[in-house]
Design a binder for this molecule. Structure first.
Ligand code: FMN
Length: 335
């Protein structure tokens, strides 16, 4: 039987085998600090690498944890790999700080080059992958933790043609790591929103779980209360993966990745005509922007994954993490 106290919690000084995902526009300093305070690995969502934003939010997290040495040692940051290839200033800023991050996570793209300044400093590197094909490259880049992300996940992930589900990807990655890189640890991501999910992740061979959507809907998240209420009202059928919101947000993502969010009216209008939308997006972008400006979630995006159907209320990040941990331990017979 796997245990919730394991090599992942020991390696990072955690009280629970949970990492709070680095989520663009959601995981600011407050959420990352709350995650670390609750005993998880707390990650600031450095995302697209806005240097000023990253500096502000990371500094605020360090400050919020300044009276708690154990918690501040659980603070890390995540970036989008392909964006770092274009502009590394936020990562460089982070690497210059007195506070050494507990880990730096890279997602979406070949980590080989971007990882070098991280691993050369001995900072633990976490790489998020979506397919078996990406695994050897991440291990060779120096990852000490692999996040296997299934298509259920909120936000960006592998498109439907190439993507995998968490339930099969995690044990397959676990087997590969056991055979080729047994010291590299594994987190499951995608659809883990309660203790059942965490216990299942451990049973599938992961050392822990990276939780995104469930913590996106926390009191410390930068998501608005209205967006969180919209997600709470949705069930798990209500999200979809496509390029619609990347086109509407004018984000230039590599072709293999797309984006899961609630499948609202503007999504349904765009999903059947992606090529047209790409060719002539102006009217739809204006419509989308009007939705964002007025908080109209039939047109603005709500970034949650299939786990939205398991989110029934908002709560503090600490309460969410403690509840997931306690339920998983009960299921594992560790209560
Ligand atoms: C709102 C939101 C923003 C995200 N932004 C990022 C990001 O900037 N970088 C990243 O590596 N992953 C990002 N992700 C994906 C998470 O790292 C993680 O894989 C995912 O949330 C796990 O699935 P779940 O949402 O079902 O928990 C984001 C996810 C969400 C929900």
């Amino acid at each position: 039987m796997p245990s919730a106290d394991n090599r992942f919690t020991r390696r990072f000084g955690l009280l629970t085998p949970i990492a709070a995902a680095p989520m663009a526009f959601a995981s600011g300093g407050e959420l990352a600090a709350a995650g670390a305070k609750a005993g998880a690995l707390g990650m600031v969502g450095g995302a697209y690498g806005d240097r000023d934003w990253t500096a502000r939010e990371y500094t605020s997290a360090v400050k919020l944890l300044s009276d708690d040495e154990a918690a501040v040692a659980r603070l890390g940051c995540g970036f989008i790999t392909w964006r770092m290839e274009q502009d590394r200033s936020a990562l460089d800023w982070l690497l210059d700080q007195d506070h050494t991050p507990a880990a730096i996570m890279l997602s979406f793209g070949d980590p080989t080059e971007v990882a070098k300044p991280i691993t050369v400093r001995g900072i633990p590197l976490i790489c998020q992958i979506q397919t078996i094909a990406q695994l050897p490259q991440a291990v060779e880049a120096g990852a000490c933790v692999i996040v296997a992300q299934g298509g259920e996940a909120g936000g960006h992930g592998m498109n439907a043609l190439d993507g995998r589900s968490t339930f099969t990807l995690v044990p397959e990655v676990a087997d590969w790591l056991a055979a080729h890189a047994p010291d590299v640890q594994l987190l499951a991501a995608g659809g883990i929103a309660d203790g059942r999910g965490l216990a299942a992740a451990l049973m599938l061979g992961a050392d822990g779980a990276l939780v995104g959507s469930r913590l996106w809907a926390s009191e410390e998240s930068l998501a608005t209360a209205a967006a969180i209420d919209t997600a709470i009202a949705a069930d798990g059928d209500g999200s979809a993966r496509s390029k619609v919101f990347d086109i509407l947000r004018e984000k230039d993502w590599p072709a293999e990745y797309d984006f899961r969010a609630l499948r609202n009216a503007i999504h349904r209008e765009g999903e059947e005509r992606i090529a047209d939308l790409e060719a002539d997006p102006a009217a739809a972008i204006a419509d989308y922007k009007a939705g964002v400006a007025t908080g109209d979630f039939t047109r603005a995006h709500v970034t949650v994954g299939e786990g939205t159907g398991l989110i029934r209320s908002s709560a503090s990040a600490g309460e969410i993490i403690r509840t997931i941990d306690a339920e998983a331990r009960r299921l594992l017979g560790e209560a």
